[in-house]
Design a binder for this molecule. Structure first.
Ligand SMILES: *Cc1c(COP(=O)(O)O)cnc(C)c1O
Length: 195
């Protein structure tokens, strides 16, 4: 299992300490903030793995495919098309994709619906030049996470997807027991965020 250190809004000295300690896999929520923080460090740490775990707007697709090794939040065909175009235009090697699934059907949250997943996955597998590696979810804050984690794992198995990104500071142990390959841990790893 891989610990993705969710570094959004964490002070620089904590990032530096994590790197010194050998942590190499980081999750960021915003493209601009991530570029400022990581672009120079990518040259310094060739084994760095950067994962976009926040929602992506199509107008940031070129920056996102250039910076990130993995984009965990594919959730619509329009974004898929923008990513394909961005990869072609920039000439970068395509980041792996995960599809975010809105397991709780929350209107304010990103993610493909469970019903919409098969079509989006098929389109991505057919048209994306890189790997469509797995699924990601963020369960509703006010519900037990277990059923959501179990559902995501079931969907990943059903569609033959090896990567399952689920679990945060409060529930990563549960997510790990239910089949997570990647847990995204922010405050439990770094401490409370700055803002
Ligand atoms: C911030 C964030 C995390 C980490 O949250 P913590 O509760 O600080 O562990 C994980 N996943 C996503 C998508 C996030 O935005």
């Amino acid at each position: 299992m891989t610990l993705v250190a969710a570094s959004k809004r964490q002070p620089e000295e904590r990032i530096a300490a994590a790197l010194d300690a050998g942590q190499r896999v980081f999750g960021e929520n915003r493209v601009q903030e991530a570029m400022a923080r990581w672009t120079d460090r990518q040259a310094e740490y060739p084994d760095l793995e950067l994962r976009l775990i926040g929602p992506l707007q199509t107008n940031k697709a070129e920056d996102a495919v250039t910076l990130f090794d993995v984009i965990e939040t594919l959730d619509r065909e329009k974004l898929l098309k923008a990513l394909i175009k961005a990869v072609a235009k920039t000439g970068v090697s395509p980041p792996d994709l995960l599809i975010q699934v809105n397991t709780g059907d929350e209107p304010q949250k990103g993610g493909a619906s469970v019903e919409g997943l098969p079509a989006l996955l098929a389109a991505a597998r057919e048209t994306y030049p890189g790997e469509v590696a797995g699924l990601m979810c963020i369960p509703p804050a006010d519900e037990p996470a277990g059923p959501h984690f179990a559902l995501l794992k079931k969907l990943a198995d059903q569609f033959d997807l090896p990567v399952v990104s689920m679990g945060m500071s409060g529930d990563y142990a549960l997510a790990a027991r239910l089949g997570a390959t990647h847990v995204r841990v922010g405050t439990a790893f770094f401490g409370a965020r700055e803002t």
